[in-house]
Every structure is written in structure tokens, then in C-alpha cells.
Design a protein around this ligand. Structure first.
Ligand SMILES: *[C@@H]1O[C@H](CO)[C@@H](O)[C@H](O)[C@H]1NC(C)=O
Ligand SMILES: *[C@@H]1O[C@H](CO)[C@@H](O)[C@H](O)[C@H]1NC(C)=O
Ligand SMILES: *[C@@H]1O[C@H](CO)[C@@H](O)[C@H](O)[C@H]1NC(C)=O
Ligand SMILES: *[C@@H]1O[C@H](CO)[C@@H](O)[C@H](O)[C@H]1NC(C)=O
Ligand SMILES: *[C@@H]1O[C@H](CO)[C@@H](O)[C@H](O)[C@H]1NC(C)=O
Length: 503
């Protein structure tokens, strides 16, 4: 999995330099930290690297488990010489991690900054030092990720080494929301695969797993309040229990990743009616969900009550995209309801979205909606709404100008199922495009790459996500100019070389 992340960088480097030597002018950390300096020393790392914890939050199992995970990644090659020759002295024998706060609540905007210092200690102690300091356990995890990327196995000495020490790194992400959407309705993905994907997100420091659980094709999730809903799953073996969902949320939290659940209404919801046909306006009109029947809102409320217990993240996605209301006014009881309420179908779409938003807000959630809701009735949208862009450019600029917060996912660049978008196009996207005012820029929470699953299942999902998601991750982590200068131009130059005819 690690190799996916570094693949992009590696390809480019190998094209520029024909030997397998590392190019010292590049920094092999992805995404690139905000600030760093390095030196010229090569340090060896003890395979029995031990952890020393400090600070009020140092006792957290999130840090200890993180250390154990990264230790396995760092020392993935076994090497006999160590067990034979115990006397070897390593430059780095201890990793100290200090976490200043003992609050491990994971929410949007949690402090993910960290300081990482790796230097050989001369003088008083024989054993050298690697040191991570962070305000929260999540900053410590990001520091561990970076530390693991500094460590490289040397096939000559068979030791894990850190090149270009001493390292001083100060890092902090550019955006608070750095997401990946995964669609588990169009194709069912087993829990183990979802976990692998979440694990891979942590390597690129992405921090929101947007779980598009349900869509028109299937309803795989257990909802205790309405136990027939998951009759809409493809088969009874392609389902997620409540316990699975808790497990996914906890697995993600241990990696500093929030889980934002989505129930997409009123369109994209045909599968709901398999268990409760009353949610369909009629057998021939199966979506959008029946706006004229309060049972629809009872079910939405029941789902949210159940999901609220599972998903602690403050944001909840209510969809609201691609709503075609044509069949509402050709269904007699809905048509009558529209007449009684003096509503056009467009107004009924708005009514539906706003009522679903009120339910979400009453459960303590901030509603996120796809951009069509904003495009269709911006002035009536609840001011707390976070607008989720997808259709094209310029939407976040319009949304923040009206005071809404925004998430950027311009499909032309960041829809991973668009296989014709090559990795270098991924860099052309910019969440802050067209937004010059600093206070408005702050309303852009970040962005998200989207892995829609109409045409991908377990067999291809990881290689469709990576390495392109890593390019978006880099852009969301650091300033675009910074990245372009360091990597992109090199890569473009090497691509140009590659495309030159060979005489
Ligand atoms: C690293 O070595 C190069 C070449 O010997 C030298 O020019 C450079 O100043 C050194 N850098 C540091 C940080 O010591
Ligand atoms: C449906 O719910 C709305 C909003 O709570 C309420 O005003 C209306 O009376 C309800 N309709 C029925 C038929 O119960
Ligand atoms: C129906 O709605 C329209 C437009 O919102 C409004 O002009 C009209 O007065 C309404 N009619 C009734 C009977 O409420
Ligand atoms: C019903 O749908 C048609 C087709 O979209 C539209 O032209 C018409 O205005 C709609 N009627 C009402 C009452 O919304
Ligand atoms: C933002 O700044 C750029 C470059 O300075 C300028 O070309 C553009 O017109 C500005 N856009 C707005 C909306 O002010």
C-alpha cells in the first residue's frame, strides 16, 4: 500500500535519473511538510526502536497503537544480522512522542500540527533521538506517518536508515477537510476492504472518510428503527451490521480519520422502497421518495436517530443531487398534495431538502448537501449548510460569497471514477480558485476526491483511488505553488522527455 503513495513520485524520479540512486534535491515525504530542513547525515534506526511517551495526552492508546502500526511498516524487511549481532549500535534507538492535550475528540478542525526532529545525539548519551511533539494525538499520528516515510531500508547494510539528517519538520495541513468518498451502494465492498482503504488514506494524511453508504441500487446498512430497510441490499450477504459501522468508525478514529455518513435524499433512494414500498410515490414512480407522505420523514428521522449513535462526526451528508421530480406530478396523490400545498415540484424538492436538514440539525448535525440544492434554492437553504461542489468549477466561490461553507470536488479533476483524468490533471484543481478574500477562503473547508462505484468493485477499487488521490491529498495538505515548484514541474519535464521520439 505504501508503494502506491510513493509511486507517483518514484515514476517521475526514475524518468529524470536513469540510475536507481535517490535524487538528493528531492524530499521523499508525501505530502510534503509545510516547513522542513534537512542535513547530510545518514542515521541507522534500531529495529527494536522503543517508544517514550510524554505530555498530558501521551498515554493515549491512539498513539501507542499508531506506533506499533508504523513500527511494522518501518521494519517490514526481516534481517537476520540484528538478532545475531546484538552489539550493533544504532543512531536512533528511541522515539519520543509528547502530546500536549489529553482531549482526543476527533472533529473538523482538530489540531493536526506536529513538530518532528531527528538528530544523532553526540556527547552525553550514546543513543540518538527522534522526537515528535503535537498538541493532539492526531498531530502525533501525522508525525508518525512522516517519520515512517523518512525511514528507508538499505539493502546493502540491511539496516533501516534515515538519510539527510538532521531533520527539523514543522507541519500543519492547509485545509481542515481532506476527504475521500467511497460508494458502497453501486458495488458492495467488504468491511476488510473499507478498512484497507481507510488505512491507505492515513498514508496520504487524508482525514475524512465520506461513506456514501446507500444509493438507488442497494441499501446495505442495518437500521434498527426500520429493520426492513436493508432488504434493499443486493443479497443478504452484502450488508453492514450496526456493529460493522461502529468498527469502521473506530478503525478510522485510530488513524485520525473522521467518518461522514451520507443518506442521499430525495433522489438516489429507490432501494429504500424494497423494504418499505410506501416510501415510493407509486410502483411506477420509485424515486424521488414520496414527499407527500409523512412516513417518509419518519423513516429519515429514524435512520438519523440510529446513525447519530454510530457517527460522532459533526457533519452529516444529506445528498440532494440529481433530483428528477417528473414523476411526482404524474402520481395522483402527490399531485393532489402539491395542489393542496400550492407547490410546484421544484418547491416540493426544496421543501423535502429543508425538512431533512431540520431533522439533521435537530440531531445535532451540520448538514452537507450536494451543490444542486444551492444552485436551485440558495437563498432558502439553511445558513449552516455546507455546500458540496461536484458539477464544475466556480461553485465554491459562489457559495462562500453567500456566506455558506463549501467542500470542493470538481468532477472534471477529482472524480476518481473518471478514468480519463490523468494524475497531472488532478493538480489543476484548486479549492480556492476564484476566491481572493481571506475571510471567504476560510469558508472553504477543503476538498474531497470521489470514488463512485458504478464500474468498480473490490478487484479494482484501490488502484482506481491511488495514486491519483495522492495528488489531491498533496494539494489539500500544502500550498499549490509549493507543490508545483517541488514536484509537478519536474514530473511534467520528465513526461515531456518520455514523449520525445527516441532516435
Ligand atoms: C551537505 O553537503 C554538501 C556537499 O558536501 C554541502 O554543500 C552542503 O552545504 C551540506 N549541507 C548541510 C546542511 O550540511
Ligand atoms: C405531516 O407533517 C407535517 C409537518 O409536521 C404536519 O404539518 C402535517 O399535519 C402532517 N400531515 C399528516 C397527514 O399528518
Ligand atoms: C400560491 O403560491 C403562489 C406563488 O408562491 C402565490 O402567488 C399564491 O398566492 C399562492 N396561492 C395560494 C392560494 O396560497
Ligand atoms: C410537472 O412536470 C412537468 C415536467 O417536468 C412540468 O413541466 C410541470 O410544470 C410540472 N407541474 C407542476 C405542477 O409542477
Ligand atoms: C483575484 O485575484 C486575481 C489575481 O490577482 C485576479 O486576476 C482576479 O480577477 C481576482 N478575482 C476576484 C474575484 O477578485
Amino acid at each position: 500500500m505504501k508503494s502506491y503513495i510513493l509511486l507517483l513520485l518514484t515514476i517521475c524520479t526514475f524518468q529524470l535519473y536513469s540510475s536507481a540512486e535517490l535524487d538528493d534535491s528531492l524530499t521523499y515525504v508525501w505530502p510534503l511538510p509545510a516547513k522542513f530542513s534537512s542535513g547530510n547525515n545518514t542515521l541507522s534506526v534500531d529495529p527494536e526502536l522503543s517508544l517514550v511517551l510524554g505530555g498530558k495526552g501521551g498515554d493515549s492508546s491512539i498513539v501507542k497503537d499508531g506506533f506499533d502500526r508504523y513500527k511494522k511498516i518501518i521494519f517490514k524487511h526481516s534481517s537476520k544480522s540484528y538478532s545475531v549481532n546484538k552489539r550493533l549500535v544504532f543512531d536512533i534507538g528511541i522515539l519520543k512522542i509528547a502530546v500536549l492535550s489529553d482531549n482526543d475528540e476527533l472533529q473538523l478542525g482538530v489540531d493536526e500540527s506536529y513538530l518532528l526532529h531527528v538528530e544523532k545525539r553526540n556527547g552525553q548519551s550514546i543513543i540518538g533521538e527522534a522526537y515528535i511533539e503535537a498538541n493532539t494525538v492526531y498531530g502525533a499520528l501525522r508525525g508518525l506517518e512522516t517519520f515512517s516515510q523518512l525511514c528507508a531500508f538499505d539493502y546493502e547494510t540491511k539496516a533501516v536508515q534515515i538519510y539527510k539528517a538532521p531533520w527539523y519538520i514543522l507541519d500543519k495541513p492547509r485545509f481542515a477537510f481532506r476527504g475521500l468518498l467511497l460508494d458502497t451502494s453501486r458495488h458492495y465492498l467488504p468491511v476488510g476492504v473499507i478498512k484497507q482503504i481507510i488505512e491507505s488514506m492515513s498514508y496520504a494524511k487524508l482525514n475524512v472518510f465520506h461513506w456514501h453508504i446507500i444509493d438507488e441500487e442497494s441499501f446495505p446498512l442495518e437500521v434498527p428503527s426500520y429493520p426492513n430497510l436493508w432488504k434493499g441490499s443486493y443479497t443478504k450477504w452484502e450488508r453492514y451490521t450496526v456493529e460493522d459501522a461502529y468498527e469502521i468508525v473506530n478503525f478510522a478514529k485510530m488513524r485520525g480519520i473522521n467518518v461522514m455518513a451520507e443518506i442521499d435524499v430525495p433522489g438516489h433512494a429507490e432501494s429504500w422502497g424494497t423494504g418499505y414500498p410506501d416510501l415510493w410515490p407509486s410502483p411506477s414512480c420509485r424515486e424521488p421518495l414520496d414527499v407527500a407522505n409523512n412516513f417518509t420523514f419518519d423513516v429519515i428521522s429514524g435512520i438519523m436517530t440510529d446513525l447519530r449513535k454510530i457517527f460522532p462526526f459533526g457533519l452529516f451528508h444529506l445528498g440532494g443531487d440529481e433530483v428528477n421530480t417528473d414523476c411526482w406530478n404524474s402520481t395522483s396523490h402527490v399531485k393532489q398534495w402539491l395542489l393542496d400545498h400550492n407547490m410546484t415540484t421544484k418547491e416540493a424538492y426544496q421543501y423535502f431538502v429543508l425538512r431533512a436538514q431540520e431533522i439533521a440539525i435537530s440531531k445535532g448535525w451540520t448538514p452537507v448537501n450536494w451543490e444542486e440544492t444551492f444552485n436551485t434554492f440558495a437563498s432558502n437553504l439553511n445558513p449552516r449548510t455546507i455546500v458540496h461542489n461536484w458539477l464544475g468549477g466556480g461553485v465554491c466561490a459562489k457559495a462562500v460569497a453567500k456566506g455558506f461553507r463549501c467542500i470542493f470536488s470538481n468532477q472534471g479533476f477529482w472524480y476518481l471514477d473518471h478514468l480519463d483524468v490523468p494524475w497531472y490533471e488532478v493538480y489543476k484543481a484548486e479549492p480556492l480558485e476564484g476566491i481572493n478574500d481571506t475571510s471567504m477562503q476560510e469558508l472553504v473547508l477543503g476538498g474531497e476526491v470521489c470514488m463512485w462505484a458504478e464500474r468498480s468493485d473490490t478487484s479494482v477499487v484501490q488502484q482506481t483511488i491511488w495514486p491519483r488521490a495522492a495528488a489531491a491529498a498533496a494539494l489539500m495538505e500544502q500550498q499549490r505553488d509549493h507543490i508545483l515548484r517541488k514536484y509537478y514541474l519536474n514530473c511534467i519535464a520528465s513526461l515531456a522527455l518520455l514523449q520525445m521520439p527516441i532516435e
